[in-house]
Design a binder for this molecule. Structure first.
Ligand code: ATP
Ligand code: MG
Length: 760
C-alpha cells in the first residue's frame, strides 16, 4: 500500500522526518492521527523493530483502530508495537517492575468504585463529617495531587497546596491522603492515578530501569497531547530524554479534560523542553464540509485563550447546519430518530453513519426511547459498562483475591457474599484489628485467634481455606477452568441460579457471558500469557468506551461528547443545546470553565463529515421536574450564515407532550438494541420494569417523578444516607421503588417520588 501517496506535503514531511522532536498542533480533522499512524508504519518499513516503538493514545479503541491501519501497511509486525493508553502501557511495565518499588507483581488495580469505597471506610473510621469530606471531593483531591506528582508528605508539608486545594476548609485532607495511600499499599493495590504516579517514582528512583526503557522505546508518539496531565507529561519527557525521538500531536482547541488535570501548558512547554523541535502546520481539514469547518471556527473564535490557527476545507460547501427546536426532551428524541430514518433512506446511508452526541449521559434516555420506537438499532458508548455490573464485580472480586488475598476492597465485597454468616460486625472487627496491628485484613483472617477478641466464627477459617484453594487451583488450571472453578466453589453461580426473577436470570446470563469471554481469551493464539491474572489486568483498564469493539455492526452511535474525541461520522446530531445543560451549569461561574465548555462544543461540531444537526428543547425533565429551558448561548455564537433554523411541529398539549410522549417508559438496563424483524417494541424490552399508564398526561401540580432519570448502577446521593449506588429499580410509575446500596448502611428501599436523591 502506498501510504505516502495519501498524505499532503506537510503531513508527509512529518511522517518522513522520524529523527528528533516533532510537534504538530493543528485543528480538528487535519490528519494528526493519520500522521502518527503512517509515521509508525513508515518507521517499520524503514527497518525499525516494532518492539522499539511506543505509541500512547487516549482510548484503547483508538489504539486498536490505529494498529489495524498500520497492519495494512506492515502486516503482522503491527502486533509488536507497544501501543495503548498511558494507563494500560504503564500498568504492563509496572507488572514487571513492581517489586522494585515495594509492590507485588500481582498488585490489584482499584477502580474508582474501590477507591471511593476505601475513602468512605477511612472517613467513617476517622469519624469525619461526610458532607464536608464527601468521598467524591476527597477522591478528586487525592487524584489531582497524584496527577501533579504531589506525595502525601509533600501535601502535608506544603500548607500552600492545602490552602489552595480546599481553602483551609478541610484541614484533614492530607491525613486522609496518607491513610488512603498506606491502605492501598498494604492491600497490594494501585488506583488508576497510581499507575502513572508510581511509574514516575519508578523512573525517578531507579536510573537503571529508566535507562532500560529509554533504550527500549527508541521512538515515542503521543496522540491527543493536549489532554495529558503533568504526571503523563513527566513520564514522556523522561522516556524521551536520551534519544529525543518524540512526536506529539494535538489541538489546544480540543483540550477538554482540564477538570481531570490536563494542562495546556504541556504543549507550550514542549517548545521549551526541546529546542531542536520541528513544528509542522496542518491547516486543511479533510473530514468535514466547508460549512461545518467554518461554523466550528466561528465558535472557537469566542475563546480568548487559544493558539492561532487557520483551518479550512476543500470539500464541498455542504448543507447548512440545521438547528431544530423541540418542546420537550422526548420530542427532541423523536425529531432526531425520525430524521435518521429519513436520511438513511433518502441518502442511502447506513445506521453506523449516524451519531448522537450529548453533554451528559442522562440525556440518552429520551434518544433511546425514540430510536426503539422506530426500530432503529443503536449502541450506547459509555454509561454503565459490563464490568461495572454488580454480579460481574462480585465474581471478579473472587478472582482478585485468588491472586492477591490482601486486596481489602475485594474482601469487603465478598467476605459475606454469598451469605456465610460473616456480617458487618465481623468485618468491622477484622478491619479494626488490621489497623491496630498494622497488618492486612487477610493476615487477620488467616490468624483470627491471634488478632481477634472473643468468639471467632468458624466460617472465617472456611473463607480463608476457600481462597487458598482458588490460588492452588489457578496454578493447575487454565484461565477459563480457574474462573469456572471459582464461580462454582464461591457459591456465586448457585446463588444466581436460584434466583429466578427476571433480574436474577439476566445476572446469571451475564456471569455466563463473562465466562465465555474468558474462554475466548484462554484460547487466543496471539498472546503468550493467557492466564486469568492477565485477563484481569486487561479488564481493569477497560474504559466504558473500549468494550464496544464490534464496530462493524450497523448501529447508530450514542455517546457523550467527551467519548467522541478523535472519532468521525457522516451525520451528527448534537442534542440538548440549552443553557445550564450545555454550557453546563457548573461552568457558568468562570471564564476558564466556560472556555472549556466551548472547546467541547468545538469537538462535537468537528466530528461531523457531511451533515450536522443541533437540537434543543424548551422544556425538559431534570431532577424529576419539568423545567423550562433557554437555547444555549453557543447557538448564537455560530455565525448565522452557516445555520438553518427549523422549529418542530406544535405538540398536542400544554406541556408539549404529544401521543408519542405518552408512552414514556422508565430507564431500561439494556443499553443496546437490535430490532428483530418480527418483534414489536414491547417485546424487545424484557428488562423494562416500569411504565407510565398509556394515556398519561401530566397535569399541573403533579410532578412526574424522577424515576425516568435514574438507572441501575447509578451513583446517587441521599440527603440522609449519603452516597450510594442504585442496585435495582422496580414498580410502576409513579411508584417506582429503588433499592439503593449505601456504604456502611447496606441496601435501602426508597420510593423515588418521595426520596430526595441526587445523581452524582
Ligand atoms: P481530530 O483532531 O478530530 O483528532 P485529526 O487531526 O486526528 O482529527 P484525522 O482523524 O487523522 O484528523 O483525519 C481526519 C479525516 O481526514 C480522516 O478520515 C482521515 O483519513 C482524512 N485525511 C487526513 N489526511 C488526509 C489526506 N491527506 N488525504 C485524504 N484524507 C485525509
Ligand atoms: Mg485525531
Amino acid at each position: 500500500m502506498d501510504y505516502l501517496a495519501g498524505l499532503n506535503p506537510q503531513q508527509r514531511a512529518a511522517v518522513e522526518n522520524t529523527q528528533g522532536p516533532v510537534m504538530i498542533v493543528a485543528g480538528a480533522g487535519s490528519g494528526k492521527t493519520r500522521v502518527i499512524t503512517y509515521r509508525v508504519a513508515h518507521l517499520i518499513q524503514k527497518g525499525t523493530d516494532a518492539f522499539n516503538i511506543l505509541v500512547l493514545t487516549f482510548t484503547n479503541k483508538a489504539s486498536k483502530d490505529m494498529r489495524e491501519r498500520i497492519s495494512k501497511v506492515v502486516g503482522s509486525e503491527a502486533k509488536n508495537i507497544w501501543m495503548g493508553t498511558f494507563h494500560s502501557v504503564f500498568a504492563k511495565i509496572l507488572r514487571v517492575e513492581a517489586e522494585k518499588i515495594g509492590y507485588p507483581s500481582n498488585f490489584t488495580i482499584y477502580d474508582t468504585d474501590d477507591s471511593k469505597s476505601l475513602i468512605r471506610t477511612i472517613l467513617k473510621e476517622m469519624q469525619l463529617d461526610d458532607k464536608l469530606y464527601a468521598a467524591n471531593i476527597v477522591y478528586n483531591r487525592i487524584s489531582s495531587a497524584k496527577n501533579n506528582l504531589v506525595s502525601y508528605t509533600e501535601y502535608q508539608e506544603n500548607s500552600q497546596i492545602q490552602a489552595e486545594d480546599s481553602g483551609n476548609k478541610r484541614p484533614l485532607l492530607g491525613q486522609i491522603y496518607e491513610t488512603y495511600a498506606k491502605r492501598c499499599y498494604k492491600a497490594g493495590a494501585m488506583d488508576f492515578d497510581d499507575l502513572l504516579f508510581k511509574t514516575n517514582i519508578l523512573l525517578k528512583d531507579h536510573p537503571d530501569v529508566l535507562n532500560k526503557y529509554q533504550h527500549k522505546f527508541k521512538y515515542l508518539m503521543v496522540d491527543e497531547y493536549q489532554d495529558t496531565n503533568f504526571s503523563q507529561y513527566t513520564i514522556v519527557r523522561k522516556l524521551a530524554a536520551a534519544h529525543q525521538n518524540i512526536c506529539v500531536v494535538g489541538d489546544d482547541a480540543q483540550s477538554i479534560y482540564a477538570f481531570r488535570g490536563a494542562n495546556i501548558q504541556n504543549i507550550l512547554n514542549f517548545e521549551r523542553d526541546y529546542p531542536d523541535l520541528k513544528v509542522y502546520k496542518l491547516e486543511q481539514n479533510y473530514r468535514s464540509t466547508q460549512n461545518i469547518v467554518e461554523a466550528a471556527n466561528s465558535i472557537i473564535a469566542n475563546n480568548k485563550n487559544q493558539l492561532e490557527k487557520n483551518v479550512f476545507s476543500d470539500n464541498e460547501k455542504g448543507d447548512r447546519i440545521k438547528v431544530s427546536r423541540a418542546f420537550t426532551d422526548n420530542e427532541e428524541g423523536k425529531l432526531v430518530a425520525e430524521s435518521i430514518v429519513q436520511d438513511r433512506t433518502s441518502k442511502g446511508l447506513e445506521y453506523k453513519d449516524f451519531a448522537i452526541l450529548y453533554r451528559t449521559n442522562a440525556q440518552s434516555r429520551a434518544m433511546e426511547e425514540a430510536l426503539r420506537k422506530l426500530n432503529v438499532p443503536y449502541k450506547i458508548y459509555g454509561g454503565l459498562s459490563f464490568y461495572q455490573r454488580k454480579e460481574i464485580k462480585d465474581l471478579i472480586a473472587y478472582f482478585r483475591l485468588t491472586f492477591n488475598p490482601a486486596d481489602e476492597e475485594a474482601i469487603k465485597r465478598v467476605i459475606n457474599y454469598p451469605r456465610r454468616g460473616l456480617g458487618d460486625t465481623t468485618l468491622e472487627k477484622i478491619s479494626a484489628a488490621a489497623g491496630q496491628h498494622d497488618i492486612s485484613m487477610w493476615q487477620v483472617i488467616c490468624n483470627p485467634h491471634q488478632y481477634l477478641d472473643g468468639r471467632v466464627p468458624g466460617q472465617l477459617g472456611d473463607f480463608a481455606t476457600m481462597i487458598q484453594s482458588f490460588a492452588a487451583e489457578s496454578k493447575k488450571l487454565d484461565a477459563y477452568e480457574t474462573a469456572l472453578y471459582i464461580a462454582q466453589h464461591s457459591g456465586i453461580l448457585k446463588e444466581l441460579h436460584n434466583d429466578d426473577s427476571v433480574e436474577g436470570r439476566s445476572r446469571y446470563e451475564n456471569i455466563q457471558e463473562l465466562l465465555n469471554g474468558i474462554k475466548e481469551f484462554a484460547e487466543r493464539e496471539d498472546i503468550e500469557d493467557r492466564s486469568l491474572a492477565i485477563f484481569m489486568q486487561d479488564i481493569a483498564l477497560l474504559t466504558n468506551d473500549d468494550r464496544q469493539d464490534d464496530k462493524d455492526k450497523d448501529t447508530v452511535s450514542l455517546m457523550t461528547i467527551h467519548s467522541a474525541k478523535g472519532l468521525e461520522f457522516k451525520n451528527v446530531y448534537i442534542v440538548g443545546l440549552e443553557e445550564n445543560l450545555f454550557p453546563s451549569q457548573m461552568s457558568l461561574t468562570s471564564r476558564t470553565d466556560l472556555e472549556e465548555e466551548r472547546r467541547l462544543f468545538y469537538v462535537a461540531i468537528t466530528r461531523a463529515e457531511k451533515k450536522l444537526t443541533i437540537t434543543y428543547a424548551t422544556s425538559r425533565y431534570r431532577w424529576g421536574t419539568l423545567t423550562s429551558c433557554e437555547p444555549s448561548r453557543f447557538i448564537n455564537e455560530i455565525n448565522p450564515s452557516y445555520l438553518e433554523l427549523e422549529i418542530a411541529k406544535p405538540a398536542k398539549n400544554s406541556f408539549g407532550e404529544n401521543s408519542f410522549d405518552s408512552e414514556r417508559k422508565t430507564w431500561s438496563q439494556q443499553r443496546e438494541f437490535t430490532p428483530k424483524p418480527s418483534q414489536s417494541t414491547t417485546v424487545i424490552r424484557p428488562k423494562t420494569t416500569a411504565m407510565l399508564p398509556k394515556a398519561h398526561v401530566p397535569t399541573a401540580g403533579f410532578t412526574p417523578n424522577a424515576a425516568n432519570e435514574f438507572q441501575n448502577g447509578m451513583d446517587v446521593e441521599h440527603e440522609k444516607f449519603g452516597f450510594g449506588k442504585i442496585v435495582n429499580l422496580e414498580g410502576t410509575l409513579p411508584d417506582v421503588k429503588a433499592t439503593v446500596f449505601f456504604q456502611g448502611l447496606g441496601n435501602k428501599q426508597l420510593l423515588l417520588k418521595f426520596a430526595k436523591l441526587r445523581i452524582v
